[in-house]
Design a protein around this ligand. Structure first.
Ligand code: PLP
Length: 382
C-alpha cells in the first residue's frame, strides 16, 4: 500500500474504533417529508427543508424554467461575466426581506462566512465567537488570521468580559454567532450581544441559516430582537428556502466591499441562474404565507412538550443521549420504526453530547410528530 493510502486506511480504522466514522447513505427525496434510503421509505426528521419548498411546484418550475432559458451554469465568477441579472433581483428581494440597504449572494452559506469574516477582520483585529457557532464561522476566523476568542455559549456577560480585556489592543472587533444554533436549536440573545458590541465598539454577525423563512415571520432572528443592531445578517438559501446558495444582508458599502474583496465570491463561480430563480420563488411564498413559516416551530413545540423536553425555540430539537454509540443505536431503532433521524456525534458536537437532532417541517403531520415523540420517550427511558 502506498503511504498516502496507508495514512487514509489508518485514520479510518481509528475513527471506526471510536464509532466516529461517517458514511454517505444514498438518499432520495420521495415527496413531502419522505425519503428513500437502503430500500426503505422513511419519514424524515433530518431535513432542513423546513417549509418543504424544495418540493414546491412553483419553486421547482422557477428553477426548471431558468435552466431552460438561461442554461445550467453562470459560466464565470460574478466579477467576470457570471453576474446574471437574476442574482441582482434575488439580492434586492433578500435586502427587502431583512430591511437592509443591500445584499450579496454567495455559492453557499459556508462560502459566505468563509468570505465575509476575512473581509472585515485581519491580523490586527480580534474575533469573538460563540463556542458553539457553526464550523464555517470558525473556518472564516482561521482564514482571517485575526486573534480569536471563544465566549461561553449564549453568555453575553462573558463576551463583555472578553471585549473589556482584549478590545483595546485590536484595530477592529467582530463578534460572530449563530442566530439559531444548528445542533441545539436555541436562539442567540442578540439584544444582549448587541449591547455588549455597542459598549465596546464591535461589529455583530448573526448566522441565520436556520431562521430565515421560519422565525420572526420568516425574516429571521434579528426580527425577534428589534432593538438589536446586527451589522452582518448572513444566512443560506439551502434550508427553509429549499435551494442552494448563501447570502449577506448589510449596508450598501459593506456589501460593495464584499463584492470587490471577499475571496470566496471573487474566485468562485457565480450561482447558477436556476438557484437564484428558485430562491426568488421561495421568497414569494415566504412573504405571502406567514402561517406556513410558523408551522415548523409549532411542530417542534408540540414534540418537545410531548417528549418532556424544554420548550422548543426553533424548528430544531436536540435529544442529547451522551455517547456516540448510544446515539447511533437510537437512530437505528427509530429507523426500524420508519423514521429517519440522524445521530450527531463529535466533533460536530462536544464530547459526551452525542444526540438525535430533530428538524421539524411544515410538511409533518401532527399525528406523526406524536408517534415520534412516543418512540423517543421509550428510547430515552431505555
Ligand atoms: C447549514 C449551515 C451553514 C451552511 O450553509 P450552506 O448553505 O449549507 O453551506 C452555515 N451556518 C449554519 C449555522 C448552518 O447551519
Amino acid at each position: 500500500m502506498d503511504t498516502l493510502t496507508a495514512f487514509a486506511a489508518d485514520k479510518l480504522a481509528a475513527l471506526d474504533a471510536q464509532h466516529l466514522r461517517r458514511r454517505l447513505v444514498a438518499t432520495a427525496r420521495a415527496g413531502g417529508p419522505w425519503l428513500e434510503r437502503r430500500g426503505r421509505r422513511l419519514l424524515s426528521f433530518s431535513c432542513n427543508d423546513y417549509l418543504n419548498l424544495s418540493q414546491h411546484p412553483d419553486v421547482k418550475r422557477a428553477a426548471a424554467d431558468a435552466a431552460l432559458t438561461h442554461g445550467t451554469g453562470a459560466g464565470a465568477s460574478r466579477l467576470v461575466t457570471g453576474d446574471h441579472p437574476l442574482l441582482e433581483a434575488l439580492e434586492r428581494r433578500l435586502a427587502k426581506l431583512k430591511g437592509t440597504e443591500a445584499a450579496c449572494v454567495f455559492g453557499s452559506g459556508y462560502l459566505a462566512n468563509a468570505g465575509i469574516i476575512p473581509t472585515f477582520a485581519g491580523s490586527a483585529d480580534a474575533l469573538f465567537i460563540d463556542e458553539l457557532a457553526h464550523a464555517c464561522i470558525w473556518a472564516g476566523a482561521r482564514l482571517s488570521g485575526a486573534r480569536t476568542f471563544a465566549f461561553r455559549h449564549n453568555d453575553a456577560a462573558h463576551l463583555a468580559a472578553l471585549l473589556a480585556e482584549h478590545r483595546a489592543s485590536a484595530r477592529h472587533a467582530l463578534v460572530a454567532t449563530d442566530g439559531v444554533f444548528s445542533m441545539d436549536g436555541d436562539i442567540a440573545p442578540l439584544d444582549r450581544l448587541s449591547a455588549a458590541c455597542a459598549a465596546h465598539d464591535a461589529w455583530l454577525l448573526a448566522d441565520d441559516a436556520h431562521a430565515v423563512g421560519v422565525l420572526g415571520g420568516g425574516r429571521g432572528t434579528a426580527a425577534l430582537f428589534p432593538a438589536a443592531r446586527v451589522d452582518l445578517q448572513m444566512g443560506t438559501l439551502s434550508k427553509a428556502l429549499g435551494g442552494y446558495g448563501g447570502y449577506l444582508c448589510a449596508t450598501g458599502p459593506v456589501v460593495d466591499l464584499i463584492k470587490t474583496r471577499a475571496r470566496t465570491l471573487v474566485y468562485s463561480t457565480g450561482l447558477p441562474p436556476s438557484a437564484a430563480a428558485s430562491a426568488i420563488a421561495a421568497l414569494d411564498i415566504v412573504e405571502a404565507d406567514p402561517a406556513l413559516c410558523a408551522t415548523p416551530l409549532a411542530r417542534a413545540r408540540q414534540f418537545a412538550e410531548l417528549a418532556g423536553l424544554p420548550p422548543a425555540q426553533s424548528p430544531i430539537v436536540a435529544v442529547v443521549l451522551g455517547s456516540a454509540e448510544r446515539a447511533l443505536a437510537a437512530s437505528a431503532a427509530l429507523e426500524e420504526e420508519g423514521f429517519a433521524v440522524v445521530a450527531i456525534r463529535p466533533p460536530t458536537v462536544p464530547q459526551g453530547t452525542a444526540r438525535l437532532r430533530l428538524a421539524f417541517s411544515a410538511a409533518h403531520a401532527e399525528a406523526d410528530v406524536a408517534r415520534l415523540a412516543a418512540c423517543v420517550m421509550r428510547l430515552r427511558a431505555a
